[in-house]
Design a protein around this ligand. Structure first.
Ligand SMILES: [Zn+2]
Length: 112
């Protein structure tokens, strides 16, 4: 059994057993208290991070975070597309076609 202990005063030391599904944190995004999945604890340990500085987003905020990352990736691909479309006529068709196909491949990897 793993447990944590804290000294309340000279006479009293509190020992609290740790259960896999009863380890909590506060979401750095919205501040909500939530349980941390054992897989996430394993990830923190594997990455060599320390528990004090670890931040774990709640489910709602991590979905938002994932959506933001996807939106950023799409924005970057659209910028690439704009650039490559503007090069039509400036470079030979094969070069432009290859650049546009690369944009398409990047876009397709987002939807796998
Ligand atoms: Zn949150």
């Amino acid at each position: 059994m793993l447990y944590t202990k804290t000294k309340l005063n000279e006479e009293i030391t509190l020992s609290v057993p740790l259960y896999n599904d009863e380890i909590y944190t506060q979401c750095p995004g919205c501040g909500a208290e939530h349980a941390v999945e054992p897989e996430i604890l394993a990830h923190i340990l594997n990455e060599g991070e320390c528990f004090e500085s670890a931040s774990v987003y709640c489910e709602k905020c991590s979905k938002k975070e994932t959506a933001n990352e996807a939106a950023t990736a799409i924005r970057e691909i659209v910028e690439g597309l704009k650039l490559h479309i503007s090069k039509i006529g400036e470079y030979d068709n094969e070069t432009v076609k290859e650049a546009l196909n690369e944009d398409l491949r990047q876009l397709q990897t987002l939807f796998r």
